[in-house]
Design a protein around this ligand. Structure first.
Ligand code: ADP
Ligand code: MG
Length: 725
């Protein structure tokens, strides 16, 4: 009986109870306990060293060797006191996850082992990085890349069962200076945003702000599945999603999971996740059940985006590690289950100043309102002009199930402003459109007395990929498994570009018109020009597809179509102008995206084949045999069993079609594997040949699941993995 393992796993689950972990007694004290933060630095460095380091952190200036030695030593003392034996440069290669290579502090002096950490080792690491994707930037004979400390992100301690490791957040580059990671372009884009925002604010009359930075809060969705069941699903283990699985009798239609009470085992897991993240200085705030069964969400308080991106990487790591301890597997894939909601990562983005303002906060004074309307116009221009580029940042195989697919919102980028703000935009357009002086005045005044915009406007639209939510924009199309470095680097860059464009216009016209009219006119011009990107309606409706097409908005339905735009002339020019990526870096990244797509589909294809051939087919054939024998026996005993014969025929037909479908997928897969064209053609072959063949195989397998003897079925079923915890 091949379902024996399944049954055993279910029996185990029935006896599982919440796993205990230490209950935090004092959260403020706990928060950041494992971070070498400002407080630690001040306590352990000389006054002058502390000041110098702060200045490096704030202005991105270089750390000299003497200072680096002092900082490294202080960091080591702090870490060793807390049980650390090793350190690692922690970085974000273009694999979508983080990487680390550990070295111990051990060093031999006069025949004795001492614990030592030099400034040199702090600032720079040389991992043998030949196996990280470089898109051709690093020829194999020059295999080494190097990692460089990013002092804006604090070092932290990772505690594991048998020790602790000091992790130093770093950027990762090739010897020729090209970025090989997601962090470097993010840092560069934040600088670009800072430059353009300060320039614009000066033009608007602000002479106080010195520094502007993007902020980010990532709401992280995920699924939990019991680990004993998970282990019996080779598809989940290899690809993070189920490649087979018939619709369960009960799915999410009752909507009884969303915000429902949290199951005890799950809550215990969440509590430990939070404790671990607090220790790491990640300000997690919210936990709740999501829409789909066994789907959950965790959200932090927003931070400076370069840090928030690191913290989101830590969130994903901690979720996965703590889940195992609690007997769960955490699934970060965008679509682990067909027919059930997928997971995203709502990327809440805004821009803050060193004077404590949020530039997307509709202000109380006329000056603040003017600033807000200018920012709104900038974001509208950015998203409309660069919708293609923004779309590439969320393009990968997993997200294809969430965007533009059957059960998912479209891949069209549009902005939701809500009714009130849209009214303001319309009124401003109408105000100048009619040209009446009186109307113009009221509309300029209209800017000054912006109606209050309640944060919880009743019509909050959950279907928009890019929504204004009171004082920030929420980019919701980001995939749950994604590193947010890329989407945020692009967001920062395209908004910097739009702000630069606005500054140019104001500089050009303010002499003639005066500042207020110059600002008003440029805002109105942008509103008019980019109004087509605004959409408050139901983004999931088929009408919207037609409407968006009429408006000329691009719709890249899948990752492969989207990725090709990354290296367009327009986009290369943009990245180069803001020193975020060079043409070479853009080219290599595009290769990596195509390659990643091919690899993801190849792994899925191979897993599907092996499960179909070695698990599903044998089970189906055993049922076929039993049914055939039973029919033959009944018939030879002279029974009339038409209905059963019909059933046997159906089953045999299905099994046969299944075998044919296996052969078909195998042929398509081999063809795709042997393909040696350009990366985009290769990806197209996977998309057009392998993906549909996998889909066909799945449809047949799912039909078989409903006919094959349950005690023969080897894979835990949806009704089990989704509901048993
Ligand atoms: P929801 O969108 O579910 O209603 P909230 O509005 O409270 O929830 O916030 C969602 C996320 O947005 C949180 O992570 C929050 O910290 C973040 N957020 C709030 N303000 C900002 C901001 N100015 N910049 C970036 N993120 C923000
Ligand atoms: Mg939200």
């Amino acid at each position: 009986m091949s379902a024996a393992a399944r049954t055993a796993a279910i029996q185990l689950i029935a006896r599982k109870s919440p796993v205990a972990s230490p209950i935090p007694q004092n959260v403020p004290q706990l928060f950041g306990a494992n971070v070498f933060g400002l407080e630690q630095m001040r306590a352990r460095l000389s006054e002058s060293a502390y000041k110098a380091l702060r200045s490096c952190m704030e202005h991105g200036s270089e750390l000299d060797h003497a200072l680096a030695d002092q900082v490294a030593n202080a960091m080591k003392e702090w870490a060793v006191e807390r049980g650390a034996t090793h350190f690692t440069h922690w970085f974000q290669p273009m694999t979508g996850s983080t990487a680390e290579k550990h070295d111990s502090f051990a060093s031999i002096e006069d025949g004795k082992l001492i614990m030592e950490f030099s400034g040199k080792a702090l600032i720079k690491g040389e991992p043998d990085a030949s196996s990280f994707p470089s898109g051709g930037l690093r020829a194999t004979f020059e295999a080494r890349g190097y990692t460089a400390w990013d002092p804006t992100s604090p070092a932290f301690l990772r505690e594991t069962t048998n020790g602790s490791t000091l992790c130093i957040p770093t950027a990762f580059c090739s010897w020729t200076g090209e970025a090989l990671d997601e962090k470097t372009p993010l840092l560069r884009s934040s600088e670009a945003l800072n430059r353009e925002a300060v320039r614009l604010l000066r033009l608007l009359g602000d002479d106080k702000v010195q520094y502007v930075y993007p902020t980010l809060g990532c709401e992280q969705e995920y699924f939990l599945v019991d680990r004993d069941l998970y282990m019996l699903r080779p598809d989940l283990v290899a690809t993070g999603r189920t490649l087979f699985g018939a619709k369960p009798p009960k799915g999410q239609e009752l909507e009884d999971h969303y915000f429902g009470s949290i199951a005890p085992r799950v809550l215990a897991f969440m509590q430990e996740v939070e404790t671990e993240l607090w220790k790491l200085g990640v300000p997690v705030k919210t936990r709740h059940n999501e829409v789909a069964p066994s789907q959950y969400e965790l959200a932090p308080i927003f931070e400076r985006s370069t840090i928030a991106v690191d913290h989101n990487m830590l969130c994903m790591e901690v979720l996965k590690q703590v889940a195992q301890k609690h007997g769960f597997q955490c699934l970060l894939h965008e679509k682990p289950y067909a027919g059930i909601n997928g997971s995203g990562k709502h990327n809440n983005w805004s821009v803050a100043t060193d004077t404590g303002d949020n530039l997307l906060e509709p202000g109380k004074s006329p000056e603040q309102n003017m600033r807000f309307m200018v920012m709104l116009a900038a974001v509208m221009r950015a998203v409309d002009v660069h919708a293609d580029l923004l779309r590439t940042t969320i393009a990968h195989a997993g997200n294809d199930h969430r965007l533009g697919a059957n059960e998912a919102p479209p891949a069209i980028l549009s902005i939701y402003l809500g009714e009130q703000l849209t009214d303001v935009v319309d009124a401003m357009i109408a105000g100048t459109g009619r040209g009446s002086e009186r109307k113009r005045e009221t509309m300029r005044l209209g800017v000054s007395v912006l109606p209050p915009l309640p944060r919880d406007a009743t019509d909050r639209n959950r279907t928009s990929p890019f929504a204004f939510t009171g004082n920030k924009f929420e980019f919701r199309a980001v995939g749950s498994s994604q590193a947010c470095g890329k989407p945020n680097a692009v967001l920062n860059t395209i908004v910097a570009d739009a702000m630069g464009w606005i500054s140019d216009e104001i500089e050009r016209t303010k002499g003639k018109k005066g500042l207020e009219a110059a600002v008003n006119d440029v805002v109105v011009e942008l509103f008019k020009k980019h109004k087509r990107i605004l959409f408050n309606g139901n983004g999931y409706s088929p009408q919207w597809h037609a409407e968006a097409q009429k408006r000329g908005l691009p719709n890249f339905r899948n990752a492969v179509d989207a990725i090709g735009n990354f290296g367009s002339k327009k986009n290369v020019e943009l990245f180069e102008r803001f020193h975020v990526l060079s043409a070479k870096e853009v080219e290599s990244r595009m290769h990596i995206m195509f390659e990643a797509y091919c690899k993801a589909i190849a792994i899925e294809g191979q897993s599907a084949l092996s499960i179909a051939r070695t698990m599903i087919l044998p089970a189906a054939q055993r049922t076929q045999l039993t049914v055939a024998q039973s029919v033959a026996a009944a018939k030879s005993a002279g029974m009339k069993i038409k209905a059963q014969e019909k059933r046997l025929k159906e089953l045999c037909g299905l099994v046969d079609a299944f075998v044919e479908s296996i052969d078909e997928l195998e042929a398509e897969f081999e063809h795709a594997e042997s393909h040696d064209g350009t990366p985009d053609k290769h990806a197209k072959t996977y998309r057009d040949k392998v993906v549909p063949a996998m889909g066909k195989l799945r449809t047949l397998a799912d039909q078989l699941e409903t006919m094959v003897d349950d005690s023969e079925w080897p894979l835990p079923k949806y009704r089990e993995i989704l509901f048993l915890q």
